[in-house]
Design a protein around this ligand. Structure first.
Ligand code: DMJ
Length: 456
């Protein structure tokens, strides 16, 4: 069924928004997000590998032709370094590794080079925003004290290591290794990483810590950097397991109803709220279980299972059986959104992503059942004539659609659903890691001198 869903999402994008970044499925026209500046075709690049994996050959071919003829980075535009890296660089790298088509390698390296001026700061911690024509960078105006964001500068590592691998140019890997060095020199409050770091002074901004938005994929990339290095990147490994230890001590709590959740930490005070984004951590803990100290392996799997259960509850306790953007464990509620502006669902993947990891790592059938519930809810509430749309309030009786088909719906949500119902030997974890936008990147094996290697 996820294949039919992909077809519906793709066909409508093609029909109404071809070449633009995203589709507005209700108004049936293109949607431009300023995250990508003038770079176009986000949905095409994000969807390439999903089309390939689902064997939608015609669609993959037309997507490839669009990339060849139209994907252009010579634009005068300010872009988000993080978003362009995870969606465009990541999407192109995966398309290259899966298909072996040179055009994707070339475009990925070309785009990587355009991103390099972002690292021209006193510390080498990159800017959040970059004009890819002028090379001038800056940070989000709202970020604490002019800081860069942990989840943004911490989510370049996997892609940049591959860019060096594929181009023979060490500069990409050097840039991300330097980020590690800067982080390792700093004192961390209670062993935790604040979400804000000033790229000029090299000092932390506000001491806010989150495993959801602003922090999330930094932790994910520590673990995956180690896995992608064929378990040779000892630094990444140590940073990951030390961070998880601090997270367990200071952020993970159990509600009176017995639900394990990951709170947010603000200068030592806990906010008992968990974001939909935070739900990815269930899969991360389970994926990292194997590498944990031997007496902790079972514990990390269990932690993954508990987060999966909590996030499933956040879906189950809504009218539409789709999870809210954030849910709380205070004021007498558990796993429920209490604020109107936290009740939306924008086709995000994290809960299904965790089901997929838990399924592969435990084969407990409940994860497929939960995934199926999500499919039914998506079909019932998000599917419209013109594609798939987000929902403004998942507790309401009637759908109020937000009219955006996010590109990550095609790259992540539908891919993870497809993998959840596939055999384990499709993109096996021994050979592939998924970037934070679900783009698979091959493990760089120790004895792998051959960069063309293409394992499936
Ligand atoms: C995606 O772009 C990535 O998964 C990112 O890590 C978080 N936000 C969206 C999906 O929710």
């Amino acid at each position: 069924l996820s294949l039919q869903m992909m077809k519906h999402a793709w066909d409508n994008y093609k029909r109404y928004a071809w070449g633009l970044n995203e589709l507005k499925p209700i108004s049936k026209q293109g949607h431009s997000s300023n995250l990508f500046g003038n770079i176009q075709g986000a949905t095409i690049v994000d969807a390439l590998d999903t089309l390939y994996i689902m064997e939608m050959k015609e669609e993959f071919k037309e997507a490839k032709e669009w990339v060849e003829k139209n994907l252009d980075f010579n634009v005068n535009a300010e872009i988000s370094v993080f978003e362009v890296n995870i969606r465009f660089v990541g999407g192109l790298l995966s398309a290259y590794y899966l298909s072996g088509e040179e055009v994707f390698r070339k475009k990925a390296v070309e785009l990587g080079e355009k991103l390099l001026p972002a690292f021209n700061t006193p510390t080498g911690i990159p800017w959040a925003l970059l004009n890819i024509k002028s090379g001038i960078g800056r940070n989000w105006p709202w970020a604490s004290g002019g800081s860069s964001i942990l989840a943004e500068f911490g989510t370049l590592h996997l892609e940049f290591v591959h860019l060096s691998h594929l181009s023979g140019n060490p500069v990409f890997a050097e840039k991300v290794m330097n980020i590690r060095k800067v982080l390792n020199r700093l004192d961390k409050p209670e062993g935790l990483y604040p979400n804000y770091l000033n790229p000029s002074s090299g000092q932390w901004g506000q001491h806010h810590v989150s495993i959801g938005g602003l922090g999330d994929s930094f932790y994910e990339y520590l673990l995956k950097a180690w896995l992608m290095s064929d378990k040779t990147d000892e630094d990444g490994k140590k940073m990951y397991y030390d961070a998880v230890q601090a997270i367990e001590t200071h952020l993970i709590r159990k509600s009176s109803g017995g639900l394990t959740y990951i709170a947010e930490w603000k200068g030592g005070l806990l906010e008992h709220k968990m974001g939909h984004l935070t739900c990815f951590a269930g899969g991360m803990f389970a994926l990292g279980a194997d590498g944990a100290p031997s007496d902790k392996t079972g514990h990390h799997i269990e932690l993954g299972a508990e987060i999966a259960r909590t996030c499933h509850e956040s879906y189950d306790r809504t009218r539409m059986k789709l999870g809210p953007e954030a849910f709380r464990f205070d004021g007498g509620v558990e796993a429920i959104a209490t604020r109107q502006n936290e009740k939306y669902y924008i086709l995000r993947p994290e809960v299904i992503e965790t089901y997929m990891y838990m399924w592969r790592l435990t084969h407990d059938p409940k994860y497929r059942e939960w995934g199926w519930e999500a499919v039914e809810a998506l079909e019932k509430h998000c599917r419209v004539d013109g594609g798939y749309s987000g929902i403004r309030d998942v507790y309401n009786n009637h759908e109020s659609h937000d009219d955006v088909q996010q590109s990550f719906f095609l790259s992540e949500t539908l891919k993870y659903l497809y993998l959840l119902f596939s055999e384990d030997d499709l993109l096996p974890f021994e050979h592939w890691v998924f970037n934070t936008e679900a783009h698979p990147l091959p493990v760089l094996h120790k004895d792998d001198g051959n960069k063309e290697e293409n394992q499936k």
